[in-house]
Design a protein around this ligand. Structure first.
Ligand SMILES: [Zn+2]
Length: 205
C-alpha cells in the first residue's frame, strides 16, 4: 500500500499533475512554488508573457525527483532550443515519449552542458543536427506515460560533473537574465558570452 501510494505520488509529481493547494494556476506569467521540503529554493521571476511553470525542480537524497521544470502550453506549440548546440539524440520511448537532447559543448569551466526536452508531440530535428538558440526543434505535447495526459514541456539541464557523467541541475539557475530570472527568447537581445545560459524553450506571447 505504502509503496503503491509512493509510486502514485511520484508519477503525479513527475508528470506535473500536483498543483499545490492555494495556488492559482494561470496560463502565462505564473510559476508554481518549490516543494516545501526542497532546500534549494530560488526566487523565480516570470515575465508576464511567458507560458507558466507548473512544476519546479527537486532532487531527493536518493537522486530521484523531478529533475527539470514543466512548462504548460497547448499541444503543437513550437519548442525552441534553449541554447545553441548539437542534437545528440532524438527518439521516442514509452515513459517520456518523444524526446530530444542537445549538447551545448563545454561551459566556462570546461564541463559540457546539455538540455533535454520530453513529452514532445513531434520532433523536428535528428541526431547530429546543429541548432541555434531559439530555433524550433519540436512541438509541445503529452507523449509518454509520465506526461499523465497533460500537455507540457519537461525541460532538463544537465552538467558534466566528471568525464561522461552528467547531473541534472535546476534550470532556474542558468537563465540568460540571471539566477531565477526566466528569460524569454529574443533574437534581438544579445546573450553575454562566457557562462552557459538558457532562454525560455517556448515563445513568450
Ligand atoms: Zn516534468
Amino acid at each position: 500500500m505504502r509503496q503503491g501510494v509512493r509510486w502514485l505520488v511520484a508519477v503525479a509529481a513527475v508528470s506535473g499533475l500536483l498543483v499545490p493547494a492555494g495556488c492559482v494556476q494561470q496560463d502565462y506569467g505564473w510559476a508554481t512554488s518549490y516543494r516545501p521540503d526542497h532546500n534549494a529554493k530560488i526566487p523565480v521571476v516570470m515575465p508576464q508573457q511567458a507560458p507558466s511553470i507548473s512544476q519546479q525542480f527537486y532532487r531527493d537524497p536518493d537522486g530521484s525527483g523531478h529533475l527539470g521544470i514543466d512548462i504548460i502550453d497547448k499541444i503543437g506549440t513550437p519548442v525552441l532550443a534553449a541554447a545553441g548546440g548539437q542534437v545528440i539524440d532524438s527518439y521516442f520511448e514509452p515513459a517520456y515519449g518523444n524526446r530530444i537532447t542537445i549538447d551545448h559543448g563545454p561551459n566556462a569551466d570546461g564541463l559540457r552542458m546539455m538540455t533535454v526536452y520530453k513529452h514532445l508531440n513531434s520532433r523536428g530535428v535528428s541526431q547530429g543536427a546543429k541548432v541555434e538558440r531559439g530555433q524550433q526543434i519540436a512541438t509541445l505535447g503529452n507523449t509518454g506515460a509520465l506526461a499523465g495526459g497533460l500537455p507540457h514541456l519537461h525541460l532538463e539541464v544537465r552538467r558534466e560533473v566528471r568525464p561522461q557523467v552528467f547531473r541534472a541541475i535546476d534550470p532556474n539557475t542558468v537563465w540568460a537574465g540571471g539566477v531565477g530570472q526566466v528569460t524569454c527568447f529574443d533574437p534581438t537581445a544579445p546573450i553575454e558570452p562566457g557562462a552557459f545560459r538558457i532562454t525560455y524553450p517556448v515563445r513568450c506571447r
